[in-house]
Design a protein around this ligand. Structure first.
Ligand SMILES: [Ca+2]
Ligand SMILES: [Ca+2]
Length: 503
């Protein structure tokens, strides 16, 4: 398999038709102030010498569902993710703790469930919360343990959608060096000149990969790796890849990978929503796409964005291979949550269905994982922190909850492990995924139960089947006993409950 499928030299400059939603693309390669040089590092901390502990490369990919080749997807062109999976273990039943960016990132990076912390949605900044003063985030913990740490992009929550951007909730104490800056995690989007304010949209831009967010993010990480390869200190490297998060403005070459006439839309059943409580679904977000007849174009644009993310993975792997440190580097690639592209007439995440909850997870741990191995055991984003600290030979901090080290699975892919994993969306709405069934119960008592052995699309809600009462009972033991109120800053109005309405 050829790696690094897309390099800058392949970039072509074309303007042309836009895919979808009436925008006319033009060129805009303006590089903003946020694209300034990386902040200077002061790597003066006590060193964990190289060889004492393995390096860590954490690749967090935003809004990446399982439409990648190593998960069996037949459309996605992701040779670098395939290469990555071939080096270690892929998890075929991995799920997010929460189907929205900030909730999962705060939970996974601190090892605290949303139901315990009250961080259920995107507006809640953990840095304002007294509880988090007592916890070290994952990169902070490695840094405090003697690692040099550097990173770029969306590791903690951030996004580009607000006018002027959203700097994000980075842990400024977690990094020796961060790009674009410790207090600003993402550079500006490139976008068609006709687009003033970012919105959910897509289309080709006249630009090359170097100008994309993920091109710049991966460039920084590659550059910083090169500068630190010879240092005798273990490294924690964070690469926060932003695509396939919207907007899907990508260089033309990435659209060209997926000819529209051959794009397949996801499985869809006309009356699928009839057996689900109406309070727990909304078709509003898909409506503009369906009314415009642009479903295939939306899938094409998402797939193009998946390939943008894949190209970044390829750059990171190439740089690692050239570093001389690959044999002592743990690589983890994880999606933050899934993404719906019309299944159940839904778009985006923010539901408790499989498509919004399942994520790709690949772990390469030299000396531990076997090349090309896989596990079907249910695993969770809450397993990230305990797994990484064990792989690095560090003590797990005692505040971690809701996850386990996956070390036994990494060492033994055939291991059976009787376990199910929890996802939470808003206060007291939970879904538990076991080896076969997904059981969901909302705060108002509405239920769904799906049998993935016979119904991978979750088309038939079996929650009322008396024969499956024991299944529900068993999976419900994974619901958390504590479900705290959504956290809000003192003297601010109550956070609105999570909504299925378009944002
Ligand atoms: Ca996300
Ligand atoms: Ca149904």
């Amino acid at each position: 398999m050829k790696k690094a499928y897309f390099h800058a030299g392949l970039a072509i400059a074309l303007s042309g038709l836009v895919a979808g939603c009436g925008q006319t693309p033009d060129m805009d390669e303006s590089v903003t102030d946020a694209d300034a040089s990386p902040v200077q590092s002061t790597l003066i901390r006590p060193a964990a010498g190289q060889g004492e502990r393995p390096d860590v490369l954490l690749i967090m990919v935003d809004d990446l569902n399982t439409m990648i080749a190593p998960m069996g997807d037949s459309q996605a062109i992701t040779p670098n993710m395939t290469e990555l999976a071939s080096r270690g273990m892929i998890f075929t039943n991995a799920h997010t703790i929460a189907p929205q960016c900030n909730a999962i990132r705060t939970a996974a990076l601190f090892g605290r469930r949303p139901s315990s912390s009250g961080v259920y949605n995107n507006g809640q900044d953990w840095r304002q919360m007294p509880e988090f003063e007592n916890y070290a985030s994952l990169p902070r913990y490695f840094r405090d343990s003697g690692y040099m740490s550097f990173g770029a992009g969306k590791i903690f929550h951030a996004h580009t959608f607000f006018p002027g951007g959203h700097p994000g909730f980075n842990d400024v104490n977690a990094w020796d060096d961060f790009w674009p800056a410790l207090d600003w995690q993402l550079p500006d989007e490139i976008k068609p000149a006709a687009v003033n304010q970012l919105q959910f949209n897509w289309g080709p831009v006249v630009s090359n990969y170097e100008a994309t967010i993920d091109g710049m993010t991966s460039n920084y990480v590659v550059q910083r790796m090169g500068e630190t390869n010879a240092l005798n200190q273990s490294r924690f490297i964070g690469a926060g890849i932003y695509r396939p998060h919207a907007p899907w403005y990508n260089p033309q070459e990435f659209f060209d990978l997926y000819p529209l006439e051959s794009v397949q839309t996801p499985p869809y059943l006309e009356n699928d929503l009839d057996d689900i409580d109406p309070a727990h679904h909304s078709t509003e977000r898909m409506k503009p796409i369906m009314e415009a007849g642009a479903w295939e174009e939306a899938v094409q644009a998402y797939l193009s964005s998946v390939s943008v993310a894949d190209a970044a993975v390829g750059r990171l792997l190439d740089a690692l291979d050239e570093s001389g440190r690959a044999d002592n580097t743990i690589i983890i690639m994880m999606g933050d949550h899934g993404y719906q592209l019309g299944e159940k007439n839904q778009r985006e995440k923010e539901t408790l269905w499989e498509v919004a909850l399942q994520v790709p997870l690949i772990i390469v741990a030299p000396g531990v994982t076997s090349p090309g191995s896989r596990s079907d055991v249910p695993v969770s984003s809450m397993d990230l922190y305990p797994t990484l600290v064990e792989l690095a030979g560090l003590e797990a901090p005692n505040h971690l909850e809701g996850g386990d080290s996956l070390m036994p699975l990494l060492e033994n892919p055939d291991m059976e492990w009787d376990r199910a994993v929890l996802s939470t969306w808003g206060q007291n709405n939970h879904s538990v995924r076991g080896p076969r069934y997904r059981y969901t119960r909302y705060a108002d008592g509405a239920e769904e139960l799906y049998d993935h052995e016979n119904d991978t699309n979750e088309w038939t809600n079996l929650a009322d089947d008396p024969a499956l009462e024991a299944v529900k009972q068993r999976l419900s033991t994974y619901f958390p006993a504590v479900n705290v109120e959504p956290w809000r800053a003192p003297n601010t109005p109550q956070q609105p409950a999570p909504s299925l309405a378009p944002e």
